[in-house]
Design a protein around this ligand. Sequence first.
Ligand code: 48F
Length: 250
Amino acid sequence: MEKFITQAILETYLKEFLEHTEVDVAICGAGPSGLLCGYYLAKNKVKVVVFERHLKIGGGMPGGGIMFNKIVFQKEVLPILDELGIDYNHYKDNLYVANSIETISALTYKAVKQGVKIFNLLSVEDVVIREKKICGVVLNWTAVEQAKLHVDPLAVLAKYVVDATGHDCEVAKIVEKKLGWVSVKGEQSMWAEVGEDKLIENTKEVCPGLIVCGMAANAFFGSPRMGAIFGGMFLSGKKAAEIIIARLAK
Ligand code: 48F
């Protein structure tokens, strides 16, 4: 039996990975913005894969605000919460509160059921380029990265790469450092209203083939952080998906 357990895991994992060595979209980071982006892409029949460095999925969401596992949304995002089957309560004015564990669980479930493939424990350490376009990601096991082992990576090709790596804006920073194609300003201190508005405006293609979304978008353009309010993250992930769907349709 042990042999079959091993074979079952290896065969099914490798089959899935092999099927995703060339995709329409590679999303770096399985936080709220990356997962929402993946969900809407898959819903529109786009072949999409998410690579997540950590063991757990969800980025900054499960921790709520300083480990109090509640998160806040604005009224305009309620249709998305309804679509995902997430419960919420009105708090005051335009603000609603939801459970962060339920939110990330529902979002992950819906994304996976829609067809998003998520590979955890894999870190994006570089990008693949052709001429002046980003056209894939370079991956290594997080364990290799953490142990600083000298092990060569593998690459996955993609028509579009999404930097949804959060505050560190890691993929864009790699492009800045190695290629000089972009300039990352770094996020500003907290100003929730401005940060939330800017997030949507900042979600865009920053060089051919690379889209920034979520907190990475604000870090890219030097806009403020906003704390445990997540409406902007959801809308940013959705907008990133819409940009890519429009590009792919051309
Ligand atoms: O940080 P994260 O949740 O990004 P987000 O979707 O949402 C931000 C909010 O959680 C919060 C906030 C709300 O107001 O400001 O911070 O923008 O998720 C980013 C994910 O990317 C992974 C990281 O482990 C996390 O789960 N990640 C970061 N760098 C890499 C990566 C990398 N190089 N390769 C793979 N995954």
